[in-house]
Write a protein that binds this ligand. Structure first.
Ligand code: SDX
Length: 442
């Protein structure tokens, strides 16, 4: 019988020791199960940014950062991007396997017939200024969906969980397209049931009442592939936000709104918009050395946007697929974009630079996505919204997996306290103006 793997922790001052079991997955690193650590040792673990902490066990997505591998339910991201549709990937994330033809037909129908939003939601948009960032609008209107479905939602009822998941996958693209139309000052375009998911989204974004619009097959295919590449990514910041919000038993609409808020940050999903702003700032390949020097300067907050990743210490496979698609999509659209050559030259120089090589900093999913989205006609403010459209599938799949985990508990991290020890309240008239020194930096 194979001996179970364990780790022993020893207190070097007292000589006490404790044995902890190891939780092994089907692939990737195992984890030392420390859930009894505080009760047994009176000590916590400290891991700001969670660089060495697994928050959960999950069967949805596997990443091997050293090898640059990304799999959803065991299917490699390159295969999925090449041979499946976004809704097939959504089905696999939600239910565990790619669908057969009948399962695919039923799922597509379910999603298609949930794409309209309550007419009252149109009025929510009217409250925003036209120059509001579409992510600000999405944070608001996605959360507002709770007001329309919260009363009919029992998160412990599998069928109601499934309906909520279908509603979110179907309605977030509609809200996203509405946020674009509102920004442009154009009328909202209703979803159409005769179009597939990607075609319908493009139609709601780019159709105008003055003429008929039908997205080209190539544009719809490119949109569908971009959605696949952004669908899920293990326990990233926004997914962890959704899980933590969901652990309090908040309704899934509110949880997705929290994920949208977290994704907006330029260190996360907001990076795709920041990459384009950075490329505009660099302007010409002659300026690349100056900006690389800024990126390496610890006193300069500038970072090379679209580069680096907490998990990938190799080329992000999604960036590789997007880089490969750039030429085809731009040619198909008849778009010449000097930003693409600039991005490629920036990547070439950075990947030859010791600073980036030593830190294993490679292009991530955000480095090339903006160039394709810009060529497709999206303003850069919409890039993170499109990321949220795709990631809604990952978020709701992870939320569902968490709720269905029999022993799941509310997420409640602890802390190391570095503030003042107990002190009595001094009456105002006796308080001096002296400033105390700051807390210790851990
Ligand atoms: C996404 O988690 C996910 O899976 C996210 C995501 C998903 O699909 O959900 O993949 C999507 O968010 C992709 C990442 C998009 N963000 C960016 O492109 C912003 C630029 N990248 C960095 O801000 C950074 O690389 C992070 C935030 C992505 C990762 O940060 P980490 O893991 O905390 O890395 P770090 O800051 O500890 O960096 C390690 C070293 C540091 O230097 P030293 O202190 O060792 O000297 O690398 C340096 C950093 O200064 N570094 C960079 C850099 N990224 C890291 N230096 C210059 N430019 C960069 N982009």
């Amino acid at each position: 019988m194979e001996k179970k793997k364990t780790f022993t922790l020893i207190n070097d001052q007292t000589g006490e020791s404790w044995i902890f079991p190891v939780a092994e997955g089907t692939q990737g690193p195992g984890a030392i199960d420390i859930r009894t650590l505080f009760a047994r040792t009176g000590h916590l673990t400290l891991d700001p940014g969670f660089t060495s902490t697994a928050s959960c066990a999950s069967a949805i997505t596997f990443i091997d950062g050293e090898k640059g591998i990304l799999q959803h339910r065991g299917y490699d991201i390159r295969d999925l991007a090449e041979h499946s549709t976004f809704l097939e990937v959504a089905y696999a994330l939600l239910y565990g396997d790619l669908p057969n033809a009948e399962e695919k037909r039923v799922f597509e129908k379910d999603i298609t017939y949930h794409t309209m939003v309550h007419e009252q939601i149109h009025t929510f948009f009217r409250g925003f200024r036209r120059d509001a960032h579409p992510m600000a609008i999405m944070c608001g209107v996605a959360g507002a969906l709770s007001a329309f479905y919260h009363d009919s939602l029992d998160i412990w009822d599998p069928r109601q969980r499934e309906i909520s998941a279908h509603r979110l996958i179907a309605k977030i693209p509609t809200l996203a397209a509405m946020s674009l139309k509102y920004m442009l000052g154009q009328p909202f375009v209703y979803p159409r049931n005769d179009l597939n998911y990607a075609e319908n989204f493009l139609h709601m974004c780019f159709a105008v009442p003055a003429e008929t619009y039908r997205p080209s097959a190539a544009l719809a295919k490119a949109m569908d592939k971009i959605l696949i590449l952004h669908a899920d990514h293990e326990q990233n910041a926004s997914t962890s936000t959704v899980r933590l919000a969901g652990s309090s038993q908040a309704n899934p609409f509110a949880c997705i709104a929290s994920g949208i808020a977290s994704l907006w940050g330029p260190a996360h999903g907001g990076a795709n918009q920041s990459v384009l702003e950075m490329l505009k700032q660099i302007g010409h390949k002659n300026n690349i050395p100056k900006f690389l020097a800024k990126a390496k300067d610890k006193d300069d907050p500038f970072r090379l946007m679209g580069f680096g990743h907490r998990v990938y210490k190799n080329y992000d496979p999604r960036a590789a697929v997007l880089k490969g698609s750039c030429d085809a999509v731009l040619d198909e659209l008849g778009v010449e974009d000097p930003m693409l050559d600039l991005a490629r030259e920036l990547e070439r120089i950075a990947l030859e630079d010791d600073y980036f090589i030593k830190r294993k900093l490679f292009p991530n999913v955000d480095f090339y996505s903006g160039i394709i989205l810009k060529a497709m006609g999206f303003p850069s403010e919409m890039f993170t919204v499109l990321f949220a459209v795709a990631r809604t599938v990952g978020w709701i799949s992870q939320w569902k997996e968490m709720i269905e985990e029999p022993n799941h508990r509310i997420g409640r991290p602890r802390q190391v306290y570095t503030g003042s020890a107990f002190r009595p309240v001094v009456p105002l008239r006796e308080r001096s103006g002296a400033k105390k020194e700051g807390p210790p930096i851990l």
